[in-house]
Design a protein around this ligand. Structure first.
Ligand code: NAP
Ligand code: GCO
Length: 288
């Protein structure tokens, strides 16, 4: 008689996390390995990919990986064929790969807008389209999209990112609507502000060690007055990939420390002395 915790296990499943050499993707993949899945990942930058493969080995995870740009349908189709041949059919897809460009809209060049939309919205379309046929055949599958606070809120300088993440929320609902009949669940993780290379520029301290104003702002908007850490999201990632969530479909689950529920306090009220600089990895990948 299996207990309730067995419904959170991923034994025998093949889990593909896109863009998972580091950051949230690596955390999701590590959690999947701990839950029993065979981890598959891709990245686009060869140096980052090699580093990621090393990190998986250090963590004792026998990950399968390859370079693959999620915006290229030819590369994605080949990647899925290679995974099916070398590992097995993909049971779980996490559309994690994503970038952000923080540029005021009136100054944003079309190429920058297009790149964000291509990676953050078209990439999940391409990757989901590549794995759905097998999921339909086996009458089961999990697709988990990387939504964001910007799936619900706007803010200055992130027009392309917000448009992509808002669209990704609706793509999540549409995959649910179109493929739920095949026992395929498509949901999204909606992280708040998490300490990763993508958000490192928002926490970078001044030369005099002074706190980044955006760091102070986010802490004043978060009841716990802290940034999220990748470990905070691992449990939700496993839950949405497991049989425990088989009757949840089309949902964005926000994991944001309460930002979306709280009007926030005056940032000047915060006692800065409480906040050690976020413990960053020494060789953190620098993002603009
Ligand atoms: P990150 O640290 O910037 O990592 C992004 C990953 O995506 C990297 O591994 C990157 O690989 C990969 N990638 C970028 N373009 C790609 C492409 N064309 N094809 C394949 N891989 C590509 O980001 P993160 O903070 O871990 O965030 C991961 C996801 O969660 C993103 O979708 C992000 O929008 C979303 N999210 C993040 C936060 C947060 O606070 N951190 C909050 C909400 C949502 P390379 O290094 O090789 O380019
Ligand atoms: C920003 C941040 C956010 C986070 C995340 C919040 O510039 O506001 O990068 O967009 O990455 O998406 O949920």
């Amino acid at each position: 008689m299996s207990g309730i915790l067995d419904s959170f296990r991923l034994d025998g499943k093949v889990a593909w996390v896109t863009g998972a050499s580091y950051g949230l993707g690596f955390a999701y993949a590590k959690a999947y390995a701990e839950a029993g899945a065979k981890v598959v990942f891709n990245d686009v930058n060869p140096e980052h990919y090699e580093r990621g493969m090393e990190e998986y080995k250090k963590a004792g995870i026998d990950a399968y990986g390859a370079l693959c740009d999620v915006t290229r349908e030819d590369q994605v189709q080949q990647f899925v064929k290679d995974v099916e041949k070398n590992v097995g059919p993909i049971d779980i897809l996490v559309n994690n790969a994503g970038i952000i460009k923080r540029i005021p809209m009136v100054e944003m060049e079309l190429k920058d807008w297009q790149l964000v939309i291509d990676i953050d919205l078209t990439g999940p379309f391409i990757c989901s389209k590549a794995v759905l046929p097998h999921m339909m055949e086996q009458k089961s599958g999990k697709i988990i999209n990387a939504c964001s606070m910007m799936s619900e809120f706007g803010r200055e300088t992130v027009s392309a990112y917000a448009a992509a993440k808002g669209g990704l929320k609706m793509l999540t609902r549409n995959i649910c609507s179109e493929y739920g009949q095949y026992n395929i669940q498509c949901n999204a993780i909606g992280p708040g502000y998490i300490a990763t290379p993508q958000t490192a520029p928002l926490r970078a301290r001044g030369e005099d060690g002074s706190m980044n104003p955006f760091d102070r702002f986010i802490r004043s908007k978060t009841p716990a007055q802290r940034w999220g850490h990748t470990e905070d999201l691992m449990g939700l990632a496993v839950f949405l990939a497991s049989p425990a969530s088989d009757f949840i479909n089309g949902q964005v689950i926000y994991i944001d420390g309460g930002i979306s529920a709280y009007i926030g306090q005056d940032p000047s009220n915060l006692d800065e002395s409480k906040f050690a600089a976020e413990k960053e990895n020494e060789d953190i990948i620098v993002k603009d």
